[in-house]
Design a protein around this ligand. Structure first.
Ligand SMILES: Nc1nc2c(ncn2[C@@H]2O[C@H](COP(=O)(O)OP(=O)(O)O)[C@@H](O)[C@H]2O)c(=O)[nH]1
Ligand SMILES: [Mg+2]
Length: 212
């Protein structure tokens, strides 16, 4: 379903905050954050722009591997969206890939303001090995996940629905809460559902941290 951009007030005034290469550049860990993750070129930046209805907020690119930093956007005083570096881009040197793996894992495990992860998967190639690795990190961090099966405009309605059912079953084995929806930044399919999830998470007062 394509919807009119009726934006919840919380999503109306997003502002670019900082691109962090190292953890000491992360904004103070207060308030509430939701992070976006997924393979390089899956459409994370496009999704952030569609969800906030801001064309140029997050930089999109036809060239994979462009966002190599953790990018923070402020929504209001203490609430933020976070664009994590895309994974799975073959041309990134091994050392940088390891740096990013460690950085993302640390972010997911230790960030107190993190309320949940929006994980994007290309509906035509969902649940890759690296997506599973990501989901295992969220499982051990006891983090809630909402999956956007994006680029759903590339499939027929019935194929997209079939993929939604398949992926929901495939992700059923994880112990942390995982929900799945169809998404398209081009047709804005179910953008309103993604917005509702964001607002609900960002309104939660605290994160339940794993005991280990
Ligand atoms: N057809 C289609 N293309 C998309 C969609 N989302 C992103 N793209 C395209 O995919 C490419 C990568 O998008 P980008 O948002 O930069 O991906 P990121 O690397 O994950 O941030 C760009 O060429 C986008 O125009 C979508 O929902 N449908
Ligand atoms: Mg990007």
């Amino acid at each position: 379903m394509t919807d009119e951009p009726i934006l919840p007030p919380l999503l109306r005034h997003p502002q670019y905050l900082i691109s962090a290469h190292n953890a000491d550049q992360w904004p103070p860990d207060h308030g509430a954050e939701v992070a976006f993750a997924g393979r390089s070129n899956v459409g994370k930046s496009s999704a952030i722009n569609a969800i906030t209805n801001r064309r140029g907020l997050a930089r999109t690119s036809k060239t994979p591997g462009r966002t190599q930093q953790i990018v923070f956007f402020r929504l209001d005083g203490d609430r933020r969206l976070v664009d994590l570096p895309g994974y799975g881009y073959a041309k990134v040197p091994e050392s940088l890939r390891q740096h990013w793996g460690q950085m993302i894992e640390r972010f997911l495990r230790t960030r107190l303001s993190l309320r949940g992860l929006i994980l994007l998967m290309d509906i035509r190639h969902p649940v890759t090995v690296l997506d599973r690795q990501m989901l295992q990190w969220t499982e051990s961090a006891d983090l809630t996940v909402h999956v956007l099966l994006t680029k759903s405009d590339k499939l027929s309605r019935s194929k997209a629905q079939q993929s939604l059912r398949d992926v929901t079953i495939q992700l059923g084995g994880f112990s942390n809460p995982i929900s799945v929806q169809l998404f398209s930044s081009v047709t804005r399919t179910d953008c309103s559902t993604a917005r509702e999830v964001l607002v609900q998470w960002l309104t939660c007062t605290e994160r339940k941290m794993p005991r280990t």
